[in-house]
Design a binder for this molecule. Structure first.
Ligand SMILES: Cc1ncc(C[n+]2csc(CCOP(=O)(O)OP(=O)(O)O)c2C)c(N)n1
Ligand SMILES: [Mg+2]
Length: 421
């Protein structure tokens, strides 16, 4: 599908327009605050900037419902804020304070909230969140929750093997999964044209037979409307959807990288397209935002960030004696998460959920197999199988003319579950 056109005023409610503005501003100011903290040597780990990409994180996450799941990557602080993570968690986490979501065990953004906000922690290995979030979407369907799962990937990350494996899995499972591909033109110091031989990364969706969109990643309304349509379609059972958001990484890969390899003309082009400046212009022209409204939003953000920054600065570092706590599962305190069934459990547990297999794979599943390679399956220890032996590695297409001399014992429910995997 072509890029979404500039969005007319009537598409969103006034509150929605203002929410997008608030979250973009909050996103930028949380990161500006952290840049200052980094310069003061208060940030423990790496600090990545999403300057110029705020419309992608906020517009896409804004399309999710409360019950939906997401997994952010390093440039998606905006998505965390939209989903309801308070800035104090982001500050304390980056400062490795004891009050942080990981109790000071990480100095960047590796935290989530499985219980309430439905956020899976980022995984540093690029692309690995795709099969994980596909699994979340599949679990949601299994549990009857009608949820959608969303994650983000960069242009560089879209060249990993697991991107392709994950999307193929999502497509074949028709998972309610939306993948936002942030094409910010650079993967570290490699420009996108030198790592991918195609113009539009959205074209990759064709390989998996799934739908895709291309959207202006600097227009929050276009991102939101596109993501909303994708989320609605995924929820309706249309399968996964890939959205390529074209944008630009205005800072280096992380704080240590001055990004001198970026051509000046390219930087200038994108600096003129700052998403917040453009959106503010739009809101003013449409009379959705005036000077007073803008000041109210700014004051609200300033007060919130001052409070949360102070909280983080005044929080203690983790006590040394807790270094090993929460690292290994003891079976007592961890793994408290239980599935939330929204359909009768009997519907998805044997015997109601089970059907007898219509064909049997040699050496797999029911019954015991002979230890000799290529030997026909013996159901039980003594009786030879009377079914037609498999040929060329394939199972017989028809059942044997005569029934087995001894009926195989039905597999236990647990075995059946394994056999199906
Ligand atoms: C599988 C894997 N390979 C390499 C890395 C190291 N690495 C971390 S970020 C990055 C660049 C990612 O570029 P892109 O996906 O375009 O995301 P961006 O940083 O532009 O948001 C690389 C190579 C990694 N984390 N995982
Ligand atoms: Mg990139």
């Amino acid at each position: 599908m072509p890029a979404t056109e500039a969005s007319p005023k009537t598409k969103l409610s006034r509150q929605q327009y203002l929410d997008l503005y608030y979250y973009m501003r909050l996103n930028r100011e949380v990161e500006d605050t952290m840049t200052l903290l980094f310069r003061q040597n208060k940030i423990v780990g790496g600090l990545y900037s999403s300057l110029g990409q705020e419309a992608v994180s906020t517009g896409s996450a804004y399309a999710l419902e409360k019950k939906d799941w997401m997994a952010p990557m390093i440039r998606n602080i905006g998505a965390l804020l939209v989903k309801g993570v308070p800035p104090r968690d982001i500050f304390t986490q980056h400062m490795a304070k004891y009050t942080s979501p990981t109790k000071g065990k990480d100095g960047t953004s590796h935290f989530g909230d499985l219980e309430n906000l439905h956020i899976v922690s980022p995984i540093s290995m690029l692309g690995d969140l795709i099969p994980v979030l596909t699994g979340v979407a599949m679990a949601g369907r299994y549990l009857g929750q009608k949820i959608v799962a969303m994650t983000w990937i960069g242009d560089g990350g879209s060249s990993t093997g697991v991107f392709h494996e994950g999307l193929n899995l999502a497509a074949s499972q028709k998972a309610a999964f939306v993948l936002i591909l942030e094409n910010n033109q650079w993967a570290y110091s490699t420009p996108v044209r030198r790592q991918v031989p195609i113009e539009n990364l959205a074209d990759r969706a064709k390989a998996y037979g799934i739908s895709s969109y291309i959207v202006d990643g600097n227009d929050p309304v276009a991102v939101y409307l596109t993501a909303k349509e994708a989320v609605d379609r995924a929820r309706a059972g249309e399968g996964p959807i890939l959205i390529e958001a074209k944008t630009f990484r205005r800072r280096g890969h992380a704080q240590h990288d001055p990004a001198e390899y970026v051509p000046a003309e390219q930087r200038e082009y994108w600096e003129k397209r700052d998403p917040i400046t453009l959106y503010e212009r739009f809101l003013t022209a449409e009379k959705i935002l005036d000077a007073r409204g803008k000041k109210e939003i700014e004051d609200k953000i300033t007060a919130l960030l001052e409070k949360d920054r102070e909280f983080a600065l005044n929080s203690p570092m983790p006590p040394a004696e807790f270094a090993a706590a929460g690292v290994y599962c003891t079976g007592d305190d961890c793994h408290k998460i239980r599935p939330k069934w929204e359909r009768p459990i009997s519907e998805v547990t044997p015997p109601k959920s089970s059907v007898d297999p219509v064909w049997i794979v040699e050496g797999f599943g029911r019954g015991k197999t002979s230890s000799r390679e290529n030997a026909p399956i013996h159901f039980g220890d003594t009786q030879p199988a009377t079914e037609e032996p498999a040929r060329n590695g394939k199972s017989p297409s028809k059942p044997a003319a005569k029934p087995p001399a001894r009926k195989p014992a039905p597999a236990k429910p647990a075995d059946r579950g394994k056999a199906r995997r």
